[in-house]
Design a binder for this molecule. Structure first.
Ligand SMILES: [Zn+2]
Length: 274
């Protein structure tokens, strides 16, 4: 039996993607964004297979979670698609997996030279902290994976995202597919080159799997969220156990699974209500 690999896929960190026109349902370049995203996901799947994976599950983790083109997906991969779900980018992760990879990742809100920088929901969240540390989505996902004993081994995205991830998780292999000049401008590798780099980085990471450790997850875990506006904190405060730390800041402390679910409820469900 070969490796069982989980790939969490976002879109903003894909080579060639610089605009919300490429990331939002109904916008002019969204179909292009979907194709570019699918191409990079396929490269990571192939890299996993090159390294001996026998099962690869891809989790579509952007927006409505229906971005990856199913018929263009690598034929050896399975696809988690659509909502409502328990976890935006980690739906289905459990302790049967050997490794977690992330493609198309972007930097956290407020990152200079981070293309389309945000933390989960760009219209709602300034920062999200776990046990006092402000984290980007790859690191937040690494905590979820770590809870199940699964290490994050590779991330692809722009340079700011890779550097930000490695500042927290230095062992993670990074595939830099673009250099951001600002939030809406970057110099990207050609998609063919970006895909070759992702394939190679995924293979190399998985062939050296023994050198990666899952993130150690505290229990209880404390999550704090700074919202844009007070009404968002008013709504989040309705969740039982949520504490109000300030006009725009809430915190929730619980066992890790509770925190993951509350994170999802607040950030994913509320975005449709606001
Ligand atoms: Zn996204």
């Amino acid at each position: 039996m070969g490796l069982k690999v989980f790939i969490g896929a976002d879109i903003e960190g894909t080579a060639g993607v610089v605009s919300l026109l490429q990331c939002v349902l109904g916008e002019a370049e969204y179909e292009m964004g979907k194709r570019l995203m699918t191409g990079e996901v396929n490269a990571a799947v192939q890299g996993a297979i090159d390294a001996g994976a026998s099962q690869v599950v891809v989790c579509d983790g952007h927006g409505n979670m229906q971005n990856i083109l199913p018929e263009e997906l690598h034929s050896e991969a399975e696809l988690v698609r659509g909502g409502i779900r328990e976890s935006l980018q980690m739906q289905g992760i459990d302790d049967s997996y050997d490794a977690f990879l992330m493609t198309g990742a972007h930097a956290m809100a407020g990152t200079r030279r981070g293309v389309l920088d945000h933390s989960w929901v760009s219209r709602m969240v300034y920062n999200i902290r776990i046990d006092g540390q402000t984290l980007n989505e790859p690191c937040l996902n690494a905590i979820t994976a770590g809870y199940y004993g699964v290490p994050l081994v590779m991330v692809s995205g722009d340079r700011a995202t890779i550097e930000q991830t490695k500042a927290v998780l230095p062992d993670v292999k990074g595939a830099v597919v673009k250099e951001g000049y600002g939030r809406y401008c970057a110099c990207s590798l050609h998609p063919d080159k970006a895909r070759a780099l992702i394939r190679e980085t995924a293979r190399e990471a998985l062939e050296n799997l023994a050198q990666f450790e899952p993130v150690k997850v505290n229990d209880p875990l404390c999550m704090e969220i700074d919202f844009y506006r007070t009404d968002m904190a008013d709504a989040a405060e309705l969740v039982p156990g949520m504490k109000r730390l300030g006009a725009r800041t809430v915190s929730f402390t619980g066992d890790p699974e509770q925190v993951f679910r509350v994170q999802e409820l607040v950030l994913y469900r509320l975005k449709y209500e606001m």
